[in-house]
Design a protein around this ligand. Structure first.
Ligand SMILES: [Zn+2]
Ligand SMILES: [Zn+2]
Ligand SMILES: [Zn+2]
Length: 272
């Protein structure tokens, strides 16, 4: 299984639009890994996790063809993860489309897309996902877990397995509650890769609700180990950073490397 980080920022990107904070000014100056587009992943060559406002640029920069995409797993409907306008272009008159695409997400995701796009005309298959669901798509088996994020919808984290390799995508979540730890423990799959968010990074106050800062990202990793869900080979990568948490790549690596956690950057590809 191959995972490409198409974007590693939270909602406002880094540097953020209009922002004059030190992190944004330094990121602009440094360029490279300090420039972060909105969080999104390419799984193998035909599956996206989220589809946000940077998607067209991401497809050009990282050289994949949106026409090859067979399915999108949405984590949730926030603007950095879902831009329904960018799905309008599947509608008749805009693009030549022959194959249907499968879209997976909670009720809010589908509500937001249907406000702008006719599923039948745009050749979209609707798949509603609820927390606790185990479902299959292509060669994948997926467990959906309720993220601790936005109580007005049902944000999801995903455990995705293909050919006996398993990854966890846990962005846009706070530190999980006991029911979630129990769910993933009982599911019982050993993780080859765990992607754990750190939206708040170095903010003065530690965050564990709705999003996480550095301390809780480390605790989240250690809890997965404690539950026996990892091996010595498991890779841990942190992702989804807000400029407000000062996520400059060098600073992040300095903190996380001793914890055996890698720091994602735009364009990073991992094969497991
Ligand atoms: Zn987000
Ligand atoms: Zn800023
Ligand atoms: Zn969010």
């Amino acid at each position: 299984m191959k995972l490409t980080f198409l974007g590693t920022a939270a909602a406002e990107a880094v540097p953020a639009h209009f922002c004059i904070c030190d992190t944004c000014r330094t990121a602009r100056k440094n360029g490279g890994k300090d420039i972060r587009k909105r969080c999104c992943y390419l799984l193998n060559d035909d599956t996206l996790i989220d589809y946000g406002p940077d998607i067209w640029n991401q497809s050009i920069m990282y050289n994949f063809d949106l026409a090859d995409i067979k399915r999108i797993f949405f984590t949730h409907a926030h603007e950095d993860h879902l831009d329904p306008v960018e799905l309008i272009w599947r509608s008749p008159g805009y693009s030549k489309i022959e194959e249907f695409i499968d879209i997976f997400g909670d009720a809010r995701v589908h509500e937001k897309i249907t406000a702008r796009v006719d599923y039948e005309k745009a050749k979209i298959n609707k798949n509603q996902v609820n927390p606790g669901d185990v479902f299959h798509a292509g060669n994948f088996e997926i467990l959906a877990i309720r993220a601790d994020h936005d109580p007005n919808s049902t944000p999801l984290n995903y455990v995705i397995t293909e050919n006996n390799k398993t990854i966890l995508i846990a962005n846009d979540t706070g530190y999980w509650d006991d029911a979630n730890w129990e769910l993933i423990k009982n599911y019982g799959k050993k993780l080859d890769l765990a992607v754990i968010e750190c939206t708040c990074a170095f903010t003065l106050q530690d965050f564990s609700i709705g999003h996480m800062s550095k301390k809780y990202t480390v605790l989240f990793k250690e809890k997965l180990q404690e539950l026996g869900l990892t091996t010595e080979k498991t890779r841990f990568i942190t992702n989804h950073f807000s400029h407000n948490g000062a996520p400059l790549q060098a600073d992040m690596e300095k903190f996380f490397t001793p914890h055996n956690i890698e720091v994602a950057y735009d364009g990073m590809t991992v094969e497991i």
